[in-house]
Ligand binder design. Structure first.
Ligand code: GLN
Length: 276
């Protein structure tokens, strides 16, 4: 790196990252903010003329090797809050904010919400932070993911309302002690086992959080028939789906006796199903 100022180094970094990242400029800014220990807005307002911090080129090298920015920084923003992220959890995606919008839009008063496959806790803990009257249960089959979720619950100040449990919906009887919920949410693994993923996903994010059999529907096939028992009468399940899954997952919902409504994400792709 030959750049002498932060602004020039960001430009150089972005050029280096352009081959491997669709968001090269943003990545370079976030890595620079991390190297300087400031926020991205502070960086752009106050530090562009500073000398280049020595750790920046190393961070750019890691990103050029496909390591996700969220894992390099150790955190990721989701719905306006910062969540701790490790290689043990799926990185919260902007697409999943649709599930939050839809769930908040359903309204209702105090209630219990269950998050199946909570991972970092981004979905469940966002709902708890947005609605003080909610009590949350988050389950995951990964103890390491649950540690991340617990750290995030503390970070957001909602730990007292977040019950995090090591459970697996593939184990018969897993939910027998949980009672019933007004709302069940899930962003389960839904990627087809043969799918070609970007190296930053394939080589760095947990496969167990992504893949769900040949057609990506294995976990929906197991979860959806169990929703009746998990929901109070009149309760709703809000599920994130992948490309091409609105039809088959809606069919699973109707076969389990639910009315199904589809919601689209900001890019207008089918993204969330409500089963009621
Ligand atoms: N949306 C994620 C991806 O496309 C997949 C998340 C999931 O399987 N639940 O990488």
């Amino acid at each position: 790196m030959v750049a002498e100022t932060v602004a020039a180094a960001i430009r150089e970094g972005a050029e280096q990252l352009a081959k491997t990242s669709d968001t090269a400029r943003l990545d370079a800014e976030l890595l620079m903010a991390e190297a300087l220990g400031v926020s991205r807005s502070e960086l752009l307002l106050r530090h562009t003329g500073d000398p280049v911090p020595p750790s920046f080129s190393d961070l750019v090298r890691r990103r050029a090797g496909h390591e996700p920015v969220a894992q390099i920084l150790g955190h990721q923003d989701f719905f306006g809050r910062s969540f701790i992220v490790t290689p043990d959890v799926l990185i919260p995606r902007g697409d999943s904010e649709t599930l939050i919008e839809v769930t908040l839009g359903i309204g209702g008063g105090p209630g219990k919400v269950l998050d199946c496959g909570t991972g970092s806790g981004a979905l469940l803990l966002t709902l708890l932070a947005e609605r003080e009257e909610l009590q949350g249960t988050g389950i995951d089959n990964s103890p390491r993911a649950l540690q991340v979720a617990a750290a995030n619950a503390a970070r957001l100040g909602v730990a007292e309302r977040a019950n995090l449990l090591h459970l697996d919906w593939r184990t018969p009887g897993w939910s027998s002690d949980l009672g019933q919920f007004e709302v069940v949410i899930a962003n389960p693994p839904y990627v087809e086992s043969g799918a070609e993923l970007a190296p930053s996903v394939r080589d760095f994010e947990p496969a167990a959080a992504l893949f769900a059999g040949k057609d990506g529907l294995d976990d929906y096939r197991i979860l959806i028939p169990q929703l009746r028992d998990l929901l109070v009468p009149g309760g709703a399940a809000i599920l994130e789906i992948g490309a091409g899954q609105a039809g088959p997952v809606s069919d699973l919902g109707r076969a389990a006796g639910f009315d199904v409504t589809l919601h689209r994400d900001l890019a207008h792709r089918p993204r969330v199903l409500v089963l009621q």
